[in-house]
Design a protein around this ligand. Structure first.
Ligand SMILES: C[S@@+](CC[C@H](N)C(=O)[O-])C[C@H]1O[C@@H](n2cnc3c(N)ncnc32)[C@H](O)[C@@H]1O
Length: 285
């Protein structure tokens, strides 16, 4: 006999806790997995807790838990979905899974946007920032998105279609190469910023499954590589009074400020996240 839904939930949670997942994460994931297995909402799951899984659902669960807890594939890649700013994004292993920290970048950008403005998202991945801004702003601003990865842009195209947003997704190219001489009012970017020396601190979910192109600067470069390039290269792409907003790592704010000062930027502001860590740098000339 198989387990009841309530027992299955416990079983999934213990399996996840054994991999080092936090209790909150284990609780959320167990709900998503049951939702996926049964094809019903959370509310229905709670109303039917004493029901038992069918034999085929149980077999499917074993396979799912193997992928999730032994192969350590992130749940978002197994379900092909990730939530960001209340929107459901399609994801696959060619794109970084959108992180809640990045929502702060969206909020800071929205506070600067005015009708008619032109925005550029550099390193859009699955379209996280660009498509969310487009969803929030409608057609009052025009948004362009670029990425070096054609596979990531393909995922952004899928999300663009699903969300019904209007973003100009350009062919793949290095940083500003796809936008030639164009200038923008606001440039946003969440560039790869994890120092390769930190690899041993990353979970297998991140290190073994998320694209290294999205996590790390190129080999032999330090964590500030993209900020140096953004500081040097964005000047040619900002309109007068334009702003660049970037996500950064927890303690990177002061060094990024220095980099932008050296490149002639005058107004540089660090925004900390809810945990009090440096998270967003805003700079203008
Ligand atoms: C940290 S991910 C951010 C993805 C998404 N914007 C987000 O915030 O969730 C960095 C993105 O930059 C892209 N990228 C890496 N090197 C790049 C380069 N030289 N030029 C343009 N994009 C690059 C990666 O493919 C990846 O999609």
């Amino acid at each position: 006999m198989t387990l009841t839904l309530q027992e299955t939930r416990q079983h999934i949670q213990s399996s996840l806790l054994a991999t080092g997942a936090s209790p909150e994460q284990a609780q959320s994931e167990s709900g998503w997995i049951l939702e996926y297995l049964r094809g019903v909402s959370q509310a229905t799951l709670y109303l039917t807790e004493s029901e038992r899984l069918s034999e085929s659902e149980w077999a499917q669960l074993q396979d799912f838990l193997y992928q999730r807890t032994v192969k350590r594939i992130p749940i978002q890649y197994l379900l092909h979905e990730a939530w960001f700013y209340g929107l459901k994004f399609y994801v696959n292993p060619y794109v970084l899974i959108p992180r809640p920290e990045t929502e702060l970048l969206v909020e800071k950008a929205m506070a600067l946007l005015k009708p008619g403005m032109q925005v550029l998202d550099v390193g859009t991945g699955p379209g996280t920032i660009a498509l969310t801004l487009a969803h929030q702003q409608g057609q009052s601003v025009s948004i362009t998105a670029v990425d070096v990865s054609p596979e990531a842009l393909q995922v952004a195209r899928i999300n663009q279609k699903r969300l019904g947003t209007e973003v100009l997704l350009l062919p793949a190219g290095d940083l500003f190469a796809p936008v030639a001489e164009e200038q923008f009012d606001v440039i946003v970017s969440n560039p790869p910023y994890i120092d390769r020396v930190l690899k041993p601190t990353l979970t297998p979910e991140v290190l073994d499954h998320e694209p290294h192109l999205a996590l790390f600067p190129p080999e032999s470069e330090d964590a500030y590589y993209f900020y140096r390039r953004l500081a040097a290269e964005s000047k040619a792409h900002l309109k007068p009074n334009g702003h660049i907003l970037m996500e950064c790592g927890a303690d990177m704010g002061p060094d990024i400020t220095q980099i932008f000062l050296q490149h002639g930027y005058t107004h540089i502001h660090i925004t900390r996240d809810y945990a009090g860590l440096d998270r967003i740098i805003t700079a203008s000339l």
